[in-house]
Design a binder for this molecule. Sequence first.
Ligand SMILES: *Cc1c(COP(=O)(O)O)cnc(C)c1O
Length: 726
Amino acid sequence: MNTSNKSYTGIDCFRMIAALFIIAIHTSPLGTYSEWGDFILTRVIARVAVPFFFMTSGFFLISRYSCNADRLCAFARKTALIYGAAVLLYLPINMYNGYFKMENLLPNIIQDIVFDGTLYHLWYLPASLAGGVIAWILVRKLGFRRAFVVAVILYLMGLFGDSYYGLGKQVPVLGGFYTLWFQVSDYTRNGIFFAPVFLVLGGWIADCQTHLRQVTAWSMCIVMLLSMLAEGMVLHYFQLQRHDSMYLSLVPCVYFLFQALLHFRGKRHAWLRDVSLLVYIIHPMMIVAIRLAAKVLHLQTLLVKNSLVHFVAVVVTSVSFSVAAAAFWQRFGRRKKEWNQGADRAYIEINLDNLTHNVQVLRGAMPAKCELMAVVKAQAYGHGMYEIATHLDRIGVRAFAAATIDEGIALRRFGVRGEILVLGCTLPERASELHRYGLSQTLSDYDYACRLNAQGVPVKAHIKLDTGMHRLGFWVPVEKDADKNADKEMQKLSRVFHMKYLNINGIYTHLCAADSPDEEDVLFTRQQIARFYKVVNRLKKQGIHIPKTHIQSSYGFLNYPELKCSYVRAGIALYGVLSTPDAQTRLHLDLRPVLALKAHIVLVRNIKEGESVGYGRMFTADRDSRIAIVSIGYADGIPRILSGQGQQVLLGGQPAPVVGRICMDQLAVDVTGIEHVYVGMTVTLIGRDGDQEITAPAVAAQADTITNELLSCRGTRVVVTCCSYC
Ligand SMILES: *Cc1c(COP(=O)(O)O)cnc(C)c1O
């Protein structure tokens, strides 16, 4: 799936229109011609611009896919930097205007920096910073619904201090509040009252998979615009306004506008983001410049007095300057940091396109009505649970399996929806957390089910049957066991279905030899499957409604694809690899590896024949050699047992052997005879480089283990980065 041509073109382009609206607000293009026209354009229509910017920030910042504190910090830092630069940029104009001559200078400066902006338009930057933080915290703590309610209340408080002030000041307590507030700041349209509702809504829209139909969105947007016009006119007529940034209809109006714009998908125009922001920041400068130029050239009548020409002149100069500045920055500015922090040492690269591909291939091979349950335990087998799970959620996977309740909670905090099954045992005392996060708990035996039920908290659960693995699960003897306990066990099992607080929505088992093609193992596996269905059928006979069933993990599916279950619990196959390099499976699927493991060369040195490298002098050069030290070791998941086995890595598309004992944080590679080896060079330990590839199963086999262990033992220092379109 290529999503690069599915960017939000509509939103990118409207940023530009919104920037022009802002210029209109500050230049009143229709002022010379019609008072009403000017009112409608600048006091009503153009008022959607700033909320639109807030909503866009929310859309990209607050959504479930980015509910990540790093993103918020990056946003805050960037906004603060831009704000700082803009404040400095406008210092000369402030000085010219006599800003520093005012009374109570210090309190005023603080007030301006925190709320009002040091020049009239700059309030937007601190507002976006404060609003971003407030909205983010609200959503994180309360969820979207309640965060929205709080944000609406804040907005209403702002509204009655803004365009409804005539009413607001008459309400007893509120009036007092405003008197106080206006000592602190000149307005209520700021990051506390104004911005959060749009930011929260933006995130909420990003969160919903279903969007309004385009016709609906446009019609509602127009209706709301008309309603805003009526609102504006009435407020204006009764002179209730203290300021005119906030209307009741503004919130739904921008909401529908945003929904409508979402339908325009196509090429990405990220540069419009920079240009529109620049236009926003510098247009007051251009207004001053044009007035100055008009004075010098004696063109005031044309350039300043005629509002439309004045507007056009400001637009042309602001846009040209911004485009030029953005182009200059693109060309000569600091390159965007390519990797996350820490990726300069050792990192894994996740290919989300391959993950999507694997999901499609697995789903394609599954019987109708069978769903994929993505197993994302142990940091998604070392791939990074956040990156993997949010991507799967985004592409429509609606069932997940985690090993522990804490992994399940983490998934919910990332915003993952749908079924989340906890495969392991959870302390019954944590039942309320299972309930709160909507997790399904595996019931591993009758005693456990009783203890969980006894907590008196409703919990969703899947019953696990032991069909021969003898790990977790109810053991229910079937005919051949000729066990006199058979009926008793069966009764216990059916009793679980009737336990008051357990809501059984699944029943499953796990196969323990499904990877083996040996005749005996196949026979054993078939017995496991038969045993599962025997128990299920008995339950059915007792009139119990059978919930969702699932049996197969990756190998179970690849070797027994004919089973018709509700879920396939795919782990290792989802990540595009199998446990061993020589795995034989009945189903052959085109699965692609999702993970690559890389590090960097930190030092290159020459050693003489006879000199040794590393602990224990395990490697001694039998010729003059060139050794590269690579920043990855066994604490990063490279098994120490690979030392001295001639394990290869790739650099510049060529293989080179690891030499000497692998250390905790470093290893050495013999690069003798390889050209262009340099400090900072990327070294691939798993993955592809040029036409060479080192596969995870091959490395695992060399280390005497399986891919599952190798990958899930990735050290915590190894940073996850995403390649492909993200
Ligand atoms: C880990 C696990 C899986 C996934 O196994 P793979 O072989 O990686 O697909 C499925 N079911 C259970 C119960 C598991 O513990």
